[in-house]
Design a protein around this ligand. Sequence first.
Ligand code: CTP
Length: 397
Amino acid sequence: MLAGKRILLIIGGGIAAFKSLDLIRRLRERGAEVVPVLTKASEEFVTPLSASALAAQKVYRDLFDLTDEAEMGHIELSRAADLVVVAPATADLMAKMAGGHANDLASTLLLATDKRVLIAPAMNVRMWEHPATQRNLATLQGDGILTVGPDEGDMACGEYGPGRMAEPLAIVAAVEVALMDGPLNGKHVLVTSGPTHEPIDPVRYIANRSSGAQGTAIARALSALGAKVSFVTGPADVPPPAGVDVIRVQTAQQMLEAVQTALPADAGVFAAAVADWRVASASESKIKKGEDGTPSLEFAENPDILATVSQMKAGRPSLVVGFAAETDDVIAHATAKRERKGCDWIIANDVSPETGIMGGSENAVTLISEDGSDAWPRMSKDDVARKIAVAIAEALS
Ligand code: CTP
């Protein structure tokens, strides 16, 4: 799959750098040529000799190494690759990239390259969760930088949480996707995401806990494969990805209208947590505490957007994908939901509190289609998104 591909691998200075040596091996096993670049800090963790031996290549280390400049200038080095991979991407490297710095070989190559860049962040959980890192991550994703991981788990520093570099094989899978030549080029995919807000009066509303993270990751992954994405989103916690058409809505009814306006599409992915009910007659003015005691709210059923699109007589997307978040009998409920709503695939997951999936960074899903069910191992929500995007690309090809 990677035969003939040249990968510039920038190894950042973190404890996870040792896994990058295995990554070199895995990439080469699949036929890729790997050109390692070491930062000064990474040489504290891996030696140039081990990287060079595993890659069977010269290792690049210094911006002002005249031999390298004579052989291959840094601009050339950054462009001769098919893909630039940064693993581990430390907090410092991410900050440099987000700020456009060019004060060493790695940051200069990253600023000079005209190729796609995939980063595998790795750092202590607090560093990962720090607003500065999250701001840099959003900037980088907005610039079109692809990410893989980090994973959640025990860390070398003794803490637990997200921050562990993705495993080498997960990085290889992300590399393969990044190198795909836009399999969704020319395809239009509609994605719904986030919660809906159903007004009670002008200042109050009924909502749910959806962050919009999974839908946003799916839209980003589809866009990375070349799709034109219409992203219809309720008021989500996470910002929408760059490079997609964002249509912001508040209520389920507005979401349905926006979806109908955005059609036709080749595929529709309905990841939104749509409120099943709205307040039947939301008040035009703020409800005041009065003598009538507590107000009683009457509900009306919202349109089922997934079912409406799945059952369209004309102009139905050729692939309609729904989600089913369940707490018991996951597969049975999700299989029944697929049939009831009339969609092609249901991505089912178990959101019982003990799974830690709701609000967490990982997901364990089962893809249910007419061919049966396919359980995917637990992985990050970004990896789930990438796998869904690849499956959609295959189904539409
Ligand atoms: N969905 C939708 N419009 C709605 C409700 C749900 O498009 N009004 C979509 C969701 O985006 C998701 C799928 O339907 O893809 C499943 O939603 P879910 O809430 O699990 O289904 P329900 O029909 O509400 O079933 P349940 O009884 O389990 O709540």
